[in-house]
Design a protein around this ligand. Structure first.
Ligand SMILES: Cc1cc2nc3c(=O)[nH]c(=O)nc-3n(C[C@H](O)[C@H](O)[C@H](O)COP(=O)(O)OP(=O)(O)OC[C@H]3O[C@@H](n4cnc5c(N)ncnc54)[C@H](O)[C@@H]3O)c2cc1C
Length: 498
């Protein structure tokens, strides 16, 4: 192919694998460099047991794969889709999500778009890696670490023009891999800022702030011959002091994730298996799943602290920091994992990159500008939304802890506190509306699954009318309990510790 270019993708996790796949499909020659030496495994079960994945420890946590990613894979990579299902991945269609509250509602043809994929993250990566090896000419270099960039000043712009990467295996002397394009897919802890500094680029600007939570996940196996309990109520909930969810996996394995504030000392004990299980037994959705007659734990509790919402601005005012280089996936943007968006964002950023490169293979500045424009349009809004939601959640928690009613919107002087009013609208309007009105649920799930833009729900007056109508009946509704109050949970956890 005349426009075939040499590409080096750094990082062999989802964003790197997606980039390699999509760029190979465009006819480029791709080298995928991954610092971890991943042992060849014959099955996802073996990979789950053997792959350490220290470079991407979140692969040991619950993962949901959103409808947008499900649909892209199904439409564009049918063999990959089939391989995922063959490996035990399951689909969760809209019908399943509506069965409990809307059993008689007629569904729309486009509701098929709202279908999630359920499997363990390790299974997903194992299948994806094999697919790329079998279906593309990508050269996968495992156990090879990129230690820096090769670059020279571009004659026209004066910007550093990246011409390759320096790689090292087992601390040996670095070698150079030449490339027309380098893709940074090294995840949230990317060394991009240092690499850029080393080649004389301007500083990489980033925004980053805490999500206000830590994560604990544990995997369980259904006992032989035992059917998975039917799902009654939501797969997860936000209790304010703690968030929880149950995730369907593959091969009879499921996982539970509990998340709480790192400042909550009592809940930090959730990292201990006995305490974690006690919490899971004390929650309505998860209790039947962790019953010892139903399942057994197959892992310890994995924890993930220091979670952040981060965005890295590689292009500022139309000027990239370097030519022939771009970050994707978590290296570009990462956010609160509770939204389950990371792998879908990895796909999206890889897709935008491969499309921009197809348009401008010979013009690195046009490539960077075109890609940045799309990233700002399609990726950045999700970062902003999550950051703002986390800020609000933090404020709400602090008000609750200080004894203020965060939903009390009626001020003493008769005026309305707009922030509290909005919270009340979400808690007593939107949340119950998801169980009472299928149009609201559909619109909510479309945004949740990245099928519609983040602001689309609030921008529809018809939906807002419905939410308002539900909210106005809040006094008549019996509040639903998704779990115990914090004090009760803490005493359960303390009992489990002792
Ligand atoms: C606790 C937790 C739960 C999550 N749950 C979900 C979920 O439910 N759904 C979802 O979609 N997303 C979820 N995410 C987000 C998702 O895991 C990430 O968005 C995704 O893994 C990002 O992929 P990536 O390829 O960009 O980076 P990573 O997966 O972090 O991979 C980076 C790779 O680069 C390699 N690497 C690093 N440096 C070098 C180097 N110098 N040379 C060579 N290789 C290098 C690493 O070894 C690693 O393999 C979760 C994240 C966390 C933290």
């Amino acid at each position: 192919m005349s426009n075939s270019k040499q590409v080096v993708v750094v990082g062999g996790s989802v964003a790197g694998l997606f980039s390699a796949l999509l760029l190979s499909r465009e006819g480029h020659r791709v080298k995928l460099v991954e610092k971890e030496a991943l042992e060849e495994c014959d099955s996802p079960v073996e990979a789950f047991e053997k792959w350490d994945r220290r470079g991407a420890p979140q692969t040991r946590h619950s993962h949901a794969f959103l409808a947008r990613l499900h649909n892209e894979i199904k439409a564009r990579e049918p063999k990959l889709y089939a391989a995922l299902l063959e490996a035990g991945a399951e689909t969760i269609p809209f019908t399943e999500m509506t069965r409990e509250f809307f059993p008689d509602e007629e569904l729309l043809p486009e509701d098929d778009e709202i279908t999630l994929l359920a499997c363990r993250r390790m299974t997903f990566d194992w299948v994806l890696r094999r697919h790329i090896s079998a279906e593309t000419d990508t050269e996968i270099l495992s156990g090879v670490q990129v230690v820096g960039l090769e670059a020279h000043p571009d004659a026209e712009t004066g910007l550093p023009r990246v011409t390759g990467v320096r790689v090292s295996r087992d601390q040996s002397d670095p070698l150079t891999l030449e490339a027309d394009l380098v893709v940074d897919a090294t995840g949230r802890n990317t060394r991009l800022a240092h690499w850029l500094e080393d080649i004389g680029a301007d500083p990489l600007e980033q925004e980053s702030e805490s999500c206000g939570i830590f994560y604990c996940s544990r995997f369980y196996r259904l006992l032989p011959g035992v059917e998975a309990p039917t799902m009654e109520g939501p797969i997860g909930a936000d209790l304010g002091y703690m968030k929880y969810a149950i995730f369907m996996g593959d091969s009879g394995i499921f996982s539970i994730t509990l998340a709480a504030s790192p400042d909550d000392d009592a809940l930090r004990q959730l990292r201990k298996p006995a305490v974690f299980d006690a919490a899971a037994r004390n929650l309505p959705t998860t209790s039947r799943w962790v019953d010892s007659a139903v399942s057994e734990p197959v892992t310890d509790v994995s924890t993930f602290a220091n979670l952040k919402n981060t965005y890295r601005y590689f292009v500022r005012e139309g000027q990239p920091l370097a030519l022939g280089l771009f970050p994707v996936g978590d290296a570009l943007m990462h956010q609160n994992p509770l939204a389950g968006r990371g792998c879908t964002m990895a796909w999206l950023s890889a897709q935008l990159l491969s499309e921009a490169f197809a348009k401008h293979p010979e013009d690195p500045i046009a490539f960077a500008r075109a890609l940045d424009a799309e990233v700002i349009r399609q990726v950045h809004p999700w970062y902003q939304t999550m950051r703002d939601q986390d800020r609000s959640a933090g404020e709400l928690l602090r008000e609750e802890q200080s004894g203020t009613d965060p939903y009390g919107f009626q001020r003493e002087d008769g005026s309305i506190d707009p922030k509290a009013y909005m919270r009340s609208m979400l808690k007593d309007g939107l949340m119950p509306a998801l169980r009472e009105d299928i149009t609201v649920l559909r619109a909510f799930l479309r945004v949740f699954n990245l099928l519609d833009a983040p602001g689309d729900l609030m921008a529809r007056p018809d939906l807002m009318q419905k939410v308002l109508a539900v909210w106005q009946k809040r006094e008549q509704r019996v509040p639903i309990s998704f779990g115990p109050q914090r004090a009760e949970m803490v005493s359960t956890l303390e009992a489990a510790q002792s």
